[in-house]
Design a protein around this ligand. Structure first.
Ligand SMILES: Nc1ncnc2c1ncn2[C@@H]1O[C@H](COP(=O)(O)OP(=O)(O)OP(=O)(O)O)[C@@H](O)[C@H]1O
Length: 628
């Protein structure tokens, strides 16, 4: 009641403010958590908060660098909470008490410094679907979770100990949910048992602990011999099962990928190496060690998901209906629509560096760790020796290339107006800024190297999602130099060097494509001629035919012409032949953000959508000469 009247629930507001007060550095929240909390019942006004009917149902504060400890009863008054995430901060102290949060479905506290035990109050949450507490400092045993609702469970990389409870709910999860806890034992780690721990009630020996005195060791060894024999036999049976299972899966996947889009497949015949099916004993031996290598080995042939939002099995993917999206330079993309499930994009990679599976996984994870609202998330991956797939979020509104050029000259085309183009330019600049500044510590992702309109995707809200970042670290260099945009930059042609400034150059070309509506040679599909827009625009400006430069869909919006000219200047400065003269990304972003995107509605209504004056294959542009 209180909620519907004033737009929020007073006790809940106080609870959130109390949580904020526990953080040492809530500067960001101080700005955002002000005034009405759940305005008009539903609209969340506060960062990270979602509301239904004035009640808080979501509290999601991720990647904010928050530090501090939360009180055990911090969540006690948020009784309608369904989703809680403090992922990737530096919050410490014990976990909170969850017994009042009976509506909680998703909990993600991963990537913090929580210590102490996994709170038994979590056992009382009957709707719990996802619990992620990996990468913390939790200790003690894993409580006996047995909620049948549980679909995602990850406690890896903590200091947990003891036997993994043999509840039905927990046995569903594979080793990757538990890895990186040195004192955990029992299934699903087939090669470790809890025998040593049970035998040795006193201290806390590890399954592989070898620091006992020798006499007791030898007597135990004789006791253990029959057990070891049994384990060996079980191991061989499991191995055989895995080989058969693996063989079936690989064949199925091959069948699906060969059948779904025959047109694409004819061009790109896959060779799943038969050798990989006969897994050698040396490969399986590494299962014992808990290193990344063993984790990677266990992941082989399985779909591995990197976040909590989406999770399904290889079988589900194989059953999904698939549609070819196009043949890229580094593999083909398919849209897979899962039965009663999400739609994802599968990218089959080819022409990769000769990476071991280990290296591949390490690099993919590093790439996937780079997150930003304007970058396309990597949902997961799949690898065998012969096949490497990336699972990507699907961008329902397609690529920027299609938005600019698709349906040109037809009645069905929806004009792509100035304000939308400008917000796309902003989105790309923000993504680039994140890659260049925030992700620059990761050698795997910087520079982007392949910025072009087919790699700029639009999500369901038409927000920009830049894709393909980090591919540079996976693709073989000779292939990259032939096919990636950065390697066409003036500096690469002159001195065989690319840098972040090469991305700025690519961004300049991309802005020109956006402003002129002309096809750039960087993104022209086979059979379509594109232009070297940077060279073309220099000439166009020199010869003062500025008015002809802009796409007619925007040039008719006269009140915005000055903004267009400003963006054109920015684009030209990015295109400068010498990298040092090009702006840095932050300056670029400032410029793009300062341009006005507002246009009176009457101008948007002008019916100028049916213009045939720019054909899809303008040959005159290909030779970098103006078409007049
Ligand atoms: N997640 C996605 N959602 C929607 N469309 C996508 C997605 N990923 C790729 N596409 C589209 O699929 C097509 C093929 O993409 P792909 O990345 O393989 O090739 P490309 O972008 O043309 O070239 P390159 O391999 O050099 O990046 C492109 O038209 C791209 O816009």
């Amino acid at each position: 009641e209180e909620g519907s009247r004033i737009g929020y629930h007073g006790t809940e507001r106080d609870a959130l403010l109390a949580i904020r007060a526990e953080f040492n550095n809530p500067k960001f929240l101080q700005k955002s958590w002000n005034s009405l909390m759940c305005y008009m019942n539903n609209t969340p006004n506060w960062y990270g908060i979602s509301c239904i009917n004035g009640r808080v149902t979501g509290l999601v504060l991720e990647n904010l660098g928050l530090t501090g400890k939360l009180k055990a009863n911090a969540l006690a008054n948020l009784t309608q909470l369904q989703t809680l995430s403090f992922k990737n901060n530096s919050i410490s102290g014990n976990l909170m008490n969850f017994s009042n949060n009976q509506n909680l479905k998703n909990i993600d506290l991963s990537g913090n410094s929580f210590d102490g035990e996994i709170s038994p109050s979590l056992l009382t949450l009957h709707s719990l679907e996802s619990l992620q507490v990996q990468n913390n400092k939790l200790n003690g045993p894993i409580p006996g979770f047995n909620q049948s609702t549980l679909k995602v469970f990850n406690v890896s990389n903590n200091n947990l100990s003891g036997e993994i409870p043999s509840t039905i709910a927990l046995q569903k999860f594979g080793p990757s949910s538990y890895l990186g806890n040195h004192d955990l034992c029992g299934p699903p780690f087939t090669n470790t048992t809890c025998t040593t721990i049970k035998d040795n009630e006193s201290s806390t020996p590890t399954p592989s602990d070898s620091s006992h005195n020798e006499s007791s060791n030898s007597s135990k060894l004789s006791m253990l011999t029959p057990i070891l024999v049994v384990i060996n036999v079980v191991g061989i049976v499991v191995l055989l099962y895995l080989v058969i299972y693996y063989f079936r899966k690989t064949k199925k996947l091959k069948k699906m990928l060969m059948n779904k889009d025959t047109r694409l497949m004819e061009v790109d015949k896959m060779e799943i190496s038969k050798t990989e099916i006969t897994t050698t004993p040396t490969e399986t031996r590494s299962v014992e060690s808990r290193s990344l290598a063993s984790e990677v080995e266990l992941e082989k042939g399985k779909l591995i998901f990197l976040g909590s939002e989406i999770n399904f099995e290889l079988d589900d993917l194989l059953r999904a209906s698939a549609e070819g999206l196009g043949k890229g330079n580094f593999g083909n993309c398919y849209k897979a629509m899962l039965v009663d499930g999400p739609t994802v994009v599968v990218k089959r990679l080819r022409d990769l560096k000769p990476l071991t599976n280990d290296e591949f996984v390490r690099q993919v994870r590093a790439i996937a760790d780079i997150k930003h609202p304007n970058l396309l998330p990597i949902l997961g991956y799949y690898h065998t020796r012969g096949e490497k797939l990336l699972l990507l979020k699907s961008a329902p509104n397609g690529s920027l290339y299609n938005r600019i050029h698709g349906g040109k000259g037809t009645r069905g085309r929806i004009p792509f107006r100035w304000s939308s183009r400008l917000s796309v330019a902003r989105g790309i600049a923000r993504a680039l800024e994140h890659l260049h500044l925030n992700a620059s510590s990761s050698q795997f992702v910087v520079p982007h190297g392949n910025l072009k309109s087919t790699n700029v995707l639009l999500d369901e809200n038409d927000d920009v999602r830049v894709a393909d970042f980090g591919l540079t670290s996976l693709v073989a260099l000779p292939i990259a130099t032939q096919r990636m945009v950065s390697y066409r930059s003036p500096e690469y042609l002159a001195s065989k060097k690319v840098s972040k400034k090469s991305d700025i150059w690519s961004f300049g070309c991309l802005l020109l494509e956006l402003l002129t509506g002309r096809i750039s040679s960087h993104s022209a599909p086979p059979g379509v001629t594109g232009a070297d827009l940077c060279s073309w625009v220099h000439r166009a400006v020199r010869e003062e035919w500025t008015a002809e430069i802009f796409d007619t869909e925007i040039s008719v919006q006269r009140s915005a012409n000055s903004g267009m000219l400003k963006l054109l200047q920015t684009a030209i400065s990015c295109c400068d032949k010498s990298p040092e003269k090009r702006p840095e990304v932050s300056e670029l972003l400032r410029e793009v953000e300062s341009i006005n995107g507002v246009v009176p509605e009457s101008e948007d209504e002008d019916d100028l959508s049916f213009s045939l004056d720019q054909s899809m294959t303008d040959d005159s542009l290909a030779t970098a000469t103006p078409s007049r």
